[in-house]
Design a protein around this ligand. Structure first.
Ligand SMILES: NC(=O)c1ccc[n+]([C@@H]2O[C@H](COP(=O)([O-])OP(=O)(O)OC[C@H]3O[C@@H](n4cnc5c(N)ncnc54)[C@H](OP(=O)(O)O)[C@@H]3O)[C@@H](O)[C@H]2O)c1
Length: 285
């Protein structure tokens, strides 16, 4: 009997719970408080699944697999409580955007997932838009997970070089999250004169920082990411856009802040990042 917990009953955590619950009955979705939330596929708005959430302060079971699906600013509070939920062999999956947070989790089997699950939580309701994929570094532990979840909707994809996948998603997040958050506009901001050039400059600096860390991208990566942005509907918001609009803390530490620190470590000239990073930080004051 495999015991599983998912901390963070939001868009990502709720989708993982929804995908695993039919197969794994010993699964607990853990949130700030005990409550029920609903989950709907955007393609089937009339079909609701009820998910039960257990309050984190009432949950003290040691689990074999723990997903952490809270946003980066909320991670500290979870790390403090981790000893209540994990044993020596627990596999921890950090299902977050950005990177740089793993060293903060003192445990043997902890893996950064690159999350391709798109959804949104509004009050007690999750709407899932698309994708059910977590990309993880190939290892004996993650292979075990892939096997365990093979008959579920959750797609565990294993790669030989997780850094390449982490940095690619980081680059995709870097420019669009920055311009939508700072302008407080959805993807329509890309139509404002100069914004696409700003995105390209941020991406060029991101690619340079990645290279300094030994993560090399092909030459077309910037135009590839700009093409992804151009495919976004005007009304689409990013997570940093929604967080800033709702007055929530931003995940700067794992995206722009992480890149800023790495650029400084390598003494790289990153004038665009050096401009937008403090402006983002200032939004939080
Ligand atoms: N949503 C997406 O489409 C998407 C896509 C790719 C990656 N991601 C990444 O995945 C991560 C999770 O994002 P998300 O969209 O699922 O966030 P979310 O909808 O805000 O969900 C996070 C959940 O964690 C809960 N939480 C916060 N602090 C907690 C605590 N101390 N104890 C228990 N629960 C706590 C939150 O409760 P409160 O609401 O009460 O704070 C919320 O229900 C982020 O890093 C995000 O960038 C998201």
């Amino acid at each position: 009997m495999t015991k599983i917990a998912i901390i963070g009953p939001g868009a990502v955590g709720g989708t993982i719970a929804h995908d695993l619950l039919p197969t794994f009955t010993h699964l607990t979705l853990v949130g700030r408080q005990s409550q029920t939330i609903t989950y709907t596929e955007s393609t089937a708005p009339n079909t609701e699944t009820i998910l039960n959430v257990t309050a984190i302060d009432e949950f003290d079971d040691l689990v074999d697999i723990l997903f952490i699906a809270v946003k980066i600013p909320q991670l500290d509070a979870i790390i403090q409580k981790l000893p209540n939920f994990i044993h020596e062999d627990t596999i921890i999956i950090l299902a977050q955007n950005g990177t740089g947070q793993l060293p903060r989790i003192p445990h043997k089997h902890v893996f950064q997932a690159v999350v391709y699950i798109s959804g949104q939580k509004r009050q007690q309701h999750i709407t899932h838009f698309r994708d059910h994929q977590l990309i993880l570094q190939h290892s004996p532990s993650t292979q075990q997970l892939q096997h365990l979840f093979s008959n579920t909707q959750l797609d565990i994809t294993l790669v030989e070089d997780i850094d390449q996948s982490i940095w690619y998603k980081l680059l995709v997040n870097l420019a669009i999250n920055t311009v939508t958050a700072l302008s407080r506009q959805t993807a329509q901001v890309l139509k404002v004169e100069g914004i696409q050039t700003l995105c390209e400059r941020l991406l060029q600096e991101g690619v340079k920082i990645a290279q300094a860390e030994g993560v090399i991208f092909h030459q077309d990566v910037i135009s590839e990411i700009m093409t992804i942005y151009q495919g976004y509907p005007d009304q689409m918001g990013t997570s940093m856009y929604y967080d800033i609009i709702e007055g929530k803390p931003l995940e700067i530490a794992g995206i722009q802040g992480f890149l800023y620190q790495v650029a400084h470590k390598h003494q790289l000239a990153t004038p665009t990042l050096d401009t937008v990073y403090p402006l983002l930080l200032a939004q939080q004051q």
